[in-house]
Design a protein around this ligand. Structure first.
Ligand code: DHB
Length: 484
């Protein structure tokens, strides 16, 4: 299940519901500008108030994206409860619609492409308040300037959180129980939101767009296949896929997990193979610098060939994944790289598994020599459309590319902020056949969080590709459990 909201039509000034003569009214009013809707989820009707197209900053750059949609169960206006919650206790589900680091408009609850209720609709039926923020992205332009490059996406999400914090006592739900959710680039920014709550680095950017003066930390993070830790994702990718010299590639314009993907096949060129070898060699130094510890308390490391306990851990995630599938009754007999004994997967041939998964991206997968990736585009600035964000690609640039601002690269990577975050609960998923980024990337995020004493629910679901919101029952069980 892709589960993502449908792309919205373009929002125009006359559709903005909090427009006032001299700007935007940032005080939420439950009694104004709403409609009421009823939907059916699992045979149960849920009626909710709809507050849409609310600009959440005083000085928006793009009103098509800097808006939030808020949905509140009608029962909360009658002092009744929905599921486990009431008007005082309801958590706020905060799903972004970001994909491919493209702009993502505020989401609308509904049925997904599979016809099933999406995460927001399920949230409402479970008694959550839903607040879906829009955010700018890499392709936006206005008056000859790029207006959505990094760090716009995270700045916007923070501004939307501030709107909810600021208006906490004006609406049902608890702004100290905001749970962020997102997939892929949206998963990355969901994690980033959790990592960087109230951090001063973002303050100048928030000021510039007239964000409210309020906290922007959240309560918990749900992240599906986060395309994160971008400046280390090139080396992680080649560490994993170096042996695979053929690929099935998607076009940059179809990176967004929401849209149908078309693949073209190819073989790595000699240059690409050299680059892959270079990048693969660079990964162990980075991984070892993190000083990650495994469940047994021992350091997770890699030798210069890329072998070692960290690789064993990655292999173990795949084995655990296969075991969960086996327990659920999935027939795994077709996978000859698995060793199954007495109804348990006891081994997996790692090299064969990687070949089975296949390579999807060419080196560099995220920062490329020709500035051709979505991430190169994300790290552009007002006047330069694409930039490098790794030294290696800057040095090997075939297009005389320039380097993104170091501070902005830092601000886009949650790893840099984890030691300061107070967010305790993290749920991270990365499908076992997802090759949009190496499993090493979400694993590093999860393990670092575990090492910091956080409660982390991280698994790699079997035979699951690059996608999100595919396990809503489990997601909501987790959310209900962590909200205390
Ligand atoms: C997405 C996918 C990618 O492969 C990528 O590099 C960035 C974003 C996405 O689906 O959002």
């Amino acid at each position: 299940q892709m589960g993502a909201p449908m792309k919205k039509p373009v929002i125009t000034e006359d559709m903005i519901t909090n427009k006032i003569a001299d700007g935007y009214d940032l005080n939420f009013d439950v009694n104004k500008n709403y409609t009421t809707k009823t939907a059916t989820v699992n045979g149960k009707a849920i009626t909710y108030r709809v507050y849409e197209n609310i600009v959440y900053v005083a000085k928006p750059v793009d009103i098509a994206y800097q808006t939030i949609n808020i949905y509140i169960p009608e029962e909360y206006f009658k002092n009744k409860s929905v599921g486990k919650y009431n008007t005082k206790t309801a958590p706020i589900f905060f799903p972004n619609t970001v994909g491919g680091y493209m702009p993502g408009a505020a989401g609308i609850p509904g049925n997904g492409r599979d016809g099933q209720p999406d995460a927001s609709l399920v949230a409402l039926s479970n008694g959550y308040v839903v607040a879906s923020p829009g955010a700018r992205g890499r392709t936006l332009e206005k008056d000859g300037k790029y207006t959505g490059k990094a760090p716009a996406v995270i700045v916007d999400l923070k501004a939307a959180v501030r709107y909810l914090r600021y208006n906490d006592n004006k609406m049902p739900g608890r702004s100290d129980r905001i749970i962020s959710n997102g997939t892929s680039a949206g998963g990355a920014v969901s994690a980033l939101l959790g990592a960087t709550g109230n951090n001063r680095d973002y303050e100048p950017y928030l000021k510039e767009i007239g964000a409210l003066n309020a906290r922007d930390d959240i309560y918990a993070v749900s992240a599906y296949c986060p395309i994160t830790n971008l400046e280390n994702a090139n080396t992680a990718y080649e560490w994993m896929f170096n042996d695979v010299k053929t690929y099935k590639k998607i076009e940059i314009s179809m990176l967004d997990y929401n849209v149908e993907r078309k693949y073209t096949e190819g073989t790595l060129t000699d240059d690409e193979i050299l680059r892959s070898n270079d990048l693969k060699k660079m990964f162990p130094a980075y991984l070892n610098s993190l000083k990650l510890k495994g469940k047994n308390g021992k350091l997770l490391t890699l030798d210069k060939n890329g072998n070692g306990s960290f690789k064993e851990q990655i292999k173990q995630y795949y084995i655990d994944s296969a075991n969960v599938a086996l327990k659920k009754g999935t027939d795994l007999s077709e996978f000859e790289f698995l060793t199954i004994k007495n109804g348990k997967v006891v081994d997996l041939d790692y090299d064969k598994y990687i070949v089975y998964m296949g390579r999807q991206k060419t080196p560099g997968a995220f920062d490329n020599v020709d500035l051709s990736t979505g991430e190169n585009n994300e790290f552009g600035d007002e006047t330069t459309n694409n930039k490098h964000f790794t030294e290696y690609m800057l040095e090997h640039s075939t297009v005389n590319g320039t380097m993104a601002d170091k501070k902005i690269i830092k601000m886009m990577n949650p790893i840099n902020y984890l030691s300061n975050t107070k967010v305790k609960y993290w749920r991270i998923r990365h499908g076992a056949i997802d090759k949009d980024t190496s499993l090493a990337i979400p694993a590093i995020l999860a393990i670092k969080l575990e090492n910091l004493g956080k409660k982390v629910d991280f698994v790699s679901p079997w035979a699951t590709p690059h996608s999100g919101d595919y396990d809503l029952d489990e997601l909501f069980r987790w959310m209900d459990k962590v909200v205390t």
